[in-house]
Design a protein around this ligand. Sequence first.
Ligand code: PHE
Length: 342
Amino acid sequence: MVNQHLIDIKQKALKDFHAAKNSQELYQFKVQYLGKTGALTEAMKMMATLPKEEKPLFGKQVNEVKAELETAYTGVEATLQRAEIDAKMLNEKLDLTLSVNAHEMGHEHPIYKVTNEIFSIMARLGYSLRTGPLIEKDYYNFEALNIPPDHPARDMQDTFFVDETHVLRTHTSPIQIHSLENEKPPLRVIGTGPVFRVDSDISHLPNFHQIEGMCVDKKISMADLKGTISFFVREFFGPGLKTRFRPSFFPFTEPSAEVDCSCPICKSKGCSLCKQTGWIEIGGCGLINPKVFESAKVPYPEWQGFAFGFGVERMAIIKYGVDDIRHFPKNDVRFLKQFSQN
Ligand code: PHE
């Protein structure tokens, strides 16, 4: 015969287990009946009051009730937990159709895009890349390029002086001197990077980029220069734009010319960007002045050459029809994004 007290505990416990509203409440019931100070543990203490011969049976019955309650507990717990997870899943519904804020791919700044395009065109003509310091000795920026200290040509470029003998380079032409000093002709070099001038308006920046090209070989003429630049300009802009060579003056080239492209904004009709002329100047060029060869100790006329220097922003403006050069250094993504596909 099963002890009535144990039967009562079991029935009450089973009733409570099944009535539990959630797993937390169920656990409280488990503690209440099966815990260290729970009803069943207390019932065990009754054993001491029983006659000796009843003890083994009572012990066995307690263990059986305990096992039965534990099994019941595990079953109810599983049911409640499953229901809780289901409810949680319903509340925390994941909307997989929501578009994710994906990371956008970056791309080259238009100035580097243009620069790289120019390199690849010039590489096809055998030109290779050179660099030079941004802070130049006065000698490399001016003197070696036949611009002595009192030369009026220094007025052509308003210079940022670092100290008495150093300047922020005003053009990339010092790269010509570095190459002539360090390398043996024949040479076909192309250099690039920032240059600095005290200047700022719709078509000028104080910090802009230039491309410098130099070819040194035997018997170089204006025809080689014109042929190279015409090829380069046609490859870069496509056949739609017109170019012209205008006689000009640079102390480091003789003869010298300036290269203009037809204005893409107004289609040569005249606008504020081209200053109503219909043409935009992209840079200068000419045959290397013998004085430059002399400074760099390269024998002339055994070696001759031509050089050119173009404004990268100017070329980008013409190619993409940008109406203000000041867009380039601003780094406004709305502007920059327009160059991601081109
Ligand atoms: N350095 C000149 C300038 O900045 C451009 C130039 C380069 C002209 C090479 C002739 C030859 O205006």
